[in-house]
Design a protein around this ligand. Sequence first.
Ligand code: UD1
Ligand code: UDP
Length: 359
Amino acid sequence: TGIVHVVGARPNFVKAAPVVSALRGRGAHQSVVHTGQHYDDRMSAVFFRDLGLPTPDVDLGVGSGSHASQTAALMVGLEEEFTRREPGVVVVYGDVNSTVAAALVAAKLQIPVAHVEAGLRSFDNSMPEEINRRVTDRLSDLCFATSPEAVGHLAGEGVATDRVHLVGNPMIDTLLDNLDRFDADALRARFELPDSYVAATLHRPANVDDPDNVARLTGRLHTIADQIPVVMPVHPRGKAAFDRAGLGDHPGVRLLDPLGYLDFVALTRGAAAVVTDSGGVQEETTILGVPCLTLRPNTERPVTITHGTNQLVTEDDLVQALAKVLDGRPESRTGDDVPPLWDGRSGERIAAVLSGWVR
Ligand code: UD1
Ligand code: UDP
């Protein structure tokens, strides 16, 4: 009985926090299952501390592996957990392997599935996340969409309209809830960062898995660092490759461990621009008004381009695109032209629908 939230990876925690909090406000019976897909303190526990998320009721400790072995281990662990807890509904977040594994297991146990951040599409099946998104939406009884085009994608795939709710973006709830806590000056002092810098974060397989690619990217980042310091909290996925490529050898490059949520958004807020391949960072920079260069051929989040500060860049045009952005940084914006319903109330909207679903 009750609502079971399944989270496993860094972006999941940021999305779940406002939903868990809104349901808590309604006195809902809920529990949080952590799959353990991410497990380092800096990829996991720090988010629970920063966001006031309740300690997970259980951590399945699944850890890393190939897609098949990780997904299989996730499914075995989640099947046991769901069989024991008998959830009234399972809530899954985003597009990571924990998301699709939980949706598959719940659907086969005939437990309703609610997907937060449904309907995003990059139309690029070379991204594991795109496969996870499509399968999860297919299996979901409730689809919570962050943007109108996500609603359109679901309609186009034949999902009944009464299953789809446009609720806005819970990741932006978390951002707005914590705006007073992102202290760029304090972060700068603590890490002895320069006044002006570009923040970088890269972890997509297409960018960081191939050593030749990492070497080329390192060259570009060094060219940027000739002009303006680059600060990069390094995701564990690319760490060894960037170290081998000598990214940190340039005096203008500052490599950090992955940052906790409050520190990372403070870093973003204080940056002249951000270079990223993260999904969530495209959205956060849109609201913070910080220019975002996304090193990808496509995005499942086009509202961050039409309503935000995001642009897609190739490795070849990165340096020039950044120079342009640094020449005329757009005014910081708040509230005017932001995507619809990115207003800090998404968790409440999701909680209202979920409360009607489980009694
Ligand atoms: C996962 C998600 C990706 C998401 C990202 C957020 C999938 C398929 N991918 O990618 O969509 O954008 O999380 O950060 O679900 N590792 C550690 N410590 C950790 C976790 C991972 O060192 O706490 C290392 C391991 O070497 C592991 C590698 O990172 O093999 C990749 O981890 P994994 O969870 O498989 O995928 P991510 O690249 O983190
Ligand atoms: N983030 C963080 N520390 C970092 C990098 C990112 O706290 O060093 C936050 C970021 O602000 C956003 C979330 O993690 O809230 C995005 O996660 P990530 O980029 O790992 O995954 P994606 O969004 O690409 O799936």
